[in-house]
Design a binder for this molecule. Structure first.
Ligand code: GGG
Length: 354
């Protein structure tokens, strides 16, 4: 069995961290014992491509990607290309067109990882965020009125369909049931009187089908505070596209920093390839210096293995990350070390093979 992976390493530090994720997967000798192979096909798309060709990927890019079992993406965005163009013409269009409606972001404080939290609040950070990933505030709907004139207005429309909202909630309820965990919904129904009232009503409606799952609902502002003061109260969390993006950056801060924040964009029906990417961006300020932390990319590679039901191998990658953090000898500067991106990747590969 050979899994074919489309690699869009992208911009800035993307190529540096993705190289280490591939190294980690290639270090897994158990895959060969099981007769499993990975073929990584590098697609040189992103901002450099845009500056040459006027687009982030070729016209038939989505048809090319459709033929793969998964997409492994580094980062997008670079000075010279407007951020909304680099995001919408690659990352967001892939999430949307491949119906990757689940954005799965683990927020787990691994042994040895630093946290910004005060002592006494850190012993239990074990969350899984499920962010709605194809509509909501990222629906891509809106309008400019009177562009460039004094009365200029920008309209950005949130789209919350019953279909789109219900399916992400049901996914979260099923996960909470399977893992025997609580499920928290994060919304803002007191201020957003259409979209978020609808969200809250649907959450209550669907909860009736899952009487065995204990549920909580928080306003996003209160949830942001609790993430810092008492993160142990969250287990499985379901929230909208924008709130999920913001809350998981808080999650990154309390669980080791952006260098340890992993993410998966999943199409649960497997009708299209899913996409695995570190949460961080392209960090142009440190690109090409060997300073980028590859652990988030390696963790995302572990999520890809889980998606292929190679959960033992996925767990080996996480154990190696945890081992590296605890021994503390080879770490990138964001974690207080002076190791390079490839030195961290090499140590991870060694740990995987011991
Ligand atoms: N790792 C992919 C990347 O570059 N992400 C940056 C980003 O801003 N993503 C937006 C989002 O996830 O909504």
């Amino acid at each position: 069995m050979t899994y074919r992976i489309a690699v869009i390493a992208g911009d800035g530090i993307g190529p540096e961290v993705i190289a280490e994720g591939i190294k980690a997967i290639e270090a897994l000798t158990t895959l060969q014992e099981k007769g499993i192979q990975f073929e990584f096909v590098h697609l040189p798309w992103g901002c450099e491509y845009y500056l040459r060709e006027g687009r982030m990927m070729p016209e038939d890019g989505m048809d090319v990607l459709r033929e793969f079992d998964a997409i492994y993406l580094g980062a997008v965005g670079y000075p010279g290309v407007p951020d909304h163009v680099s995001l919408w013409d690659l990352l967001l269009i892939i999430r949307k067109q491949f119906d990757q409606y689940i954005n799965l972001r683990p927020i787990r404080l691994l042994n040895g990882a630093p946290t910004v939290l005060k002592e006494g609040t850190v012993d239990n950070i074990q969350m899984t965020f499920i962010r709605e990933n194809t509509e909501g505030e990222y629906a891509g709907a809106g309008e400019w009125l009177y562009r460039g004139q004094p009365q200029e207005v920008a309209l950005q429309t949130g789209v919350f369909s019953r279909h789109g909202t219900e399916r992400v909630m049901r996914y979260a309820f099923e996960l909470a049931r399977r893992e025997k965990k609580t499920l928290t919904s994060i919304s803002k129904g007191n201020a957003l009187q259409y979209s978020m009232v609808f969200w809250d009503e649907l959450f209550e409606e669907i909860a009736k089908d899952y009487p065995d799952v204990t549920t909580y609902s928080y306003l996003v502002d209160a949830a942001a505070m609790h993430m810092i003061n008492d993160p142990g109260r969250f287990e499985i969390v379901v929230t909208s596209n924008l709130f999920g993006d913001i809350m998981t950056d808080i999650g990154a801060a309390i669980a080791g920093g952006m260098g340890l924040a992993a993410g998966a964009n999943i199409n649960p029906e497997r009708a299209f390839p899913s996409m695995f990417e570190p949460v961080h961006g392209s960090a142009p300020d440190i690109a090409g210096q060997g300073k980028a932390n590859p652990l988030a990319a390696i963790w995302s590679a572990s999520q890809m293995l889980d998606h292929f039901d190679l959960t033992d191998e996925g767990a080996v990658l996480i154990q190696a990350i945890e081992h590296l953090l605890v021994e503390g000898e080879v770490l990138t500067p964001d974690l207080g070390g002076d190791g390079s991106t490839s030195e961290v990747g090499n140590r991870i590969a060694q740990l995987i093979q011991t």
